[in-house]
Design a protein around this ligand. Sequence first.
Ligand code: FAD
Length: 386
Amino acid sequence: MSAVPDLLDFDELLTDDERAVRDRVRGFVDARVRPFIADWYERALFPTELVPELAELGVLGMHLRGYGCPGRSAVEYGLAAMELEAGDSGLRTFVSVQGSLAMSAIHTYGSEAQKKRWLPRMAAGAAIGCFGLTEPDSGSDPAGMTTFARKEGDAWILDGAKRWIGLASIAQIAVVWAQTDDGVRGFLVPTDSPGFVATPIGPKMSLRASIQCDITLTEVRLPSDALLPQARGLRAPLSCLNEARYGIGWGVIGAARDSYATALAYSQTRMQFDRPIAGFQLTQQKLVDMAVEIEKAQLVALRLGRLKDAGRLQPHQISVAKLSNTRAAIAIAREARTIIGGNGISAEYSPMRHAANLESVRTYEGTDEVHTLVLGAHITGIPAFR
Ligand code: FAD
């Protein structure tokens, strides 16, 4: 199902190009994801065969310009994220990790040679990237990372561990953040480097059609040009996270919308007490609350997109969308499941899968608490992180 509530004629706020991108990605999801996702999810399978098709669709590094990247607007990227996540958060997560994290890091902080070597292949889906910031003992507070890169002559030697790193076991290139004598720096680590080991984490109860890994780095020796020259300090990885968080603010609306549409359709045909359950006031209240929240979330996301395209988007504004839209989406997915009753726990219906996925989404790229603290600091002027 992909019915949209559209109480406020949201479409009128979009350009023809934006609607065209959205419809193209929606068509792809309907044809290539929807019929298969329940099976992939149950078997905990990430469909790598879709990677070239996603490249063809123009969603890898979608908002980046030059170096073979699609160069689309922030709003177009957001709409694509929303449609992908209507299929499954795992699919949108792939696009976020590849484009907003790994490619963004190289595009923003890489040397000309690094950009020319990696970005065209990554946009074409011929190379997969991952982004290693989180560690077993350092999540919300990345400043606590202990992975260390030491200089030995011209070479860098990396030692440490990363956890929850999306795509690491199928990636060709890892963007790895490490402490150095000169503060936090970023490195491009080919995943076939001796000493680099990525092990998928499982079994998982969320984002099952998606890969996250533990990484160990044991005396990984890199040439001097593996360093991302423009990335200095934690500000660099945090700026990449902001790119991904922007996409999440849109993406989660897709999961919410698909949950709503599935529940609505079910409620119109499911008969109890001699009438469709959609005819009960209590069911209508649930559906109305969902539709209203989806409309609000879309307006927040679009406002962010317009600000981003104008070059005026601020980090605390991204926190508004990441926090509020994810919170709304998970509530909608859970409520949608109740409308489908017992059948709602079957893999045949999407809301429970979306709800389980959204548990990951509310945790990665800054938890609810972290974004609350970002906004708290912005509003009061008093950081309360520690
Ligand atoms: P912790 O930081 O230990 O937090 C645990 C709880 O404590 C949370 O509720 C948190 O909000 C709360 N908390 C922490 N500090 C405070 C505070 N100051 N005040 C109040 N509450 C606080 N990382 C990558 O680098 N690359 C990836 O590709 C990647 N992909 C991921 C994919 C998935 C599916 C998941 C689950 C995670 C992924 N991550 C990735 C890691 C993710 O970013 C972290 O899980 C996240 O930052 C939270 O860190 P943590 O899990 O260590 O939790």
